[in-house]
Design a protein around this ligand. Structure first.
Ligand code: LMR
Length: 344
């Protein structure tokens, strides 16, 4: 087991990191004078979450191996920025790293909305087979024109749908209002297929909106649903696995250029190692959070084959819409990579 593997696997259960200053949502070592501070802003939980654990592992490695030169501070649970504000903050140099969901890049890249299209990928492991292909590299590079640099891609997992009533087939959600990450055409298509309304809302507002009844439904991964308690105000969560949540990890070209070549290379090397290890554990972390929901008496609906097919049938036109309106080559490459992948 490598050190990075040990670091991440020990976090399958949420636990405080003894050596870090941990207050809710913030975890970082004390920076010394002369060290260049690298602030990493996240909207999710840190402990017990694929992205939070990856950021903590990265900070641990950077602060250990690059002590005296770089000092990484990790801010979780939207304590620094939400995903709307973080893009400008990156370009302004107020924060150096962020990993917003691919769905949040709409202002910079229509290509990244690939991940909003339902049922392109069978599982998060299938997505891993697509990453690293030429088509995927081109897709990630679409945000670079605006001054961002994508260091890599961190995985979370598949989306599950919940509501104030059990949702087995798309029309069961008719009349409900859902919180969504954005109103991209594919997400709007999903809402239309369900006969539901959507409100685009920051992640930090979702719990309150579910509690107050402002929205009656949402979809997200097990790790987001559990760590933020969304399931506490929902009748049941349906295991639809209808889409995928993953994160381009972004910095600014300005930040990368501010590092001398040796420091930059070392930093990127550490980042790549942590990325490789973190992505291997994202699935297990999500399954652990799914079990936590069951252990807390949350209700999970497993769909029958016919019910699963009804979701696929209702959402199939969204693939053609993306092919027609955004990028045919990209979606065809993704479908091909998914079909070829044999992650198990
Ligand atoms: C959401 O807003 O639901 C997600 O983008 C949160 C996250 O970063 O996983």
């Amino acid at each position: 087991m490598t050190k990075a593997t040990q670091m991440i696997s020990r976090h399958l259960k949420p636990a405080a990191l003894a050596f870090l200053l941990t207050v809710p949502g913030v975890a970082h070592a004390k920076c010394d004078p002369g060290e260049q501070v690298v602030k990493f802003s996240l909207v999710t939980a840190l402990q017990g979450h694929p992205k939070g654990e990856a950021a903590l592992a990265l900070a641990e490695q950077v602060n250990d191996q690059m002590d005296g030169r770089l000092c990484m501070e990790v801010y979780g649970s939207s304590t620094l920025y939400d995903d709307d504000a973080v893009f400008d903050a990156l370009l302004a140099g107020d924060v150096q790293m962020a990993a917003p969901s691919a769905s949040k890049f709409g202002a910079y890249s229509k290509e990244l909305q690939l991940f909003d299209v339902p049922f392109v990928f069978d599982s998060a492991l299938h997505v891993m087979e697509f990453l690293g292909t030429e088509a995927s590299n081109k897709m990630l590079a679409t945000v670079e024109d605006d001054g961002f640099a994508v260091l890599g891609f961190w995985s979370n997992g598949m989306y599950q749908i919940s509501g104030t009533k059990p949702i087995r087939v798309p029309t069961d959600a008719q009349g409900l209002t859902f919180r969504v990450q954005s109103l991209s055409p594919a997400i709007q298509g999903l809402l239309d297929a369900m006969g539901a309304e959507g409100i685009s809302m920051a992640f930090s507002k979702v719990y309150d909106a579910l509690e107050s009844g402002e929205v009656q439904g949402q979809y997200n991964t097990w790790s987001n649903i559990q760590t933020k308690g969304f399931y506490l105000h929902q009748a049941a969560i349906s295991e639809t696995n209808h889409g995928y949540l993953g994160y381009p990890v972004v910095t600014s070209q300005g930040f990368l250029e501010s590092l001398d070549p040796e420091t930059r290379e070392e930093f990127i090397g550490i980042f790549n190692l942590v990325t490789h290890e973190s992505n291997r554990f994202a699935f297990e972390i999500n399954q652990a959070r799914r079990q936590d929901i069951l252990d807390d008496d949350g209700i999970i609906i497993q769909l029958s084959d016919d019910e699963k097919q009804s979701w696929r049938d209702a959402l199939e036109p969204l693939v053609d819409a993306f092919r027609r309106d955004v990028n045919a080559e990209l979606i065809d490459a993704a479908i091909e990579a998914n079909a070829k992948a044999d992650p198990f």
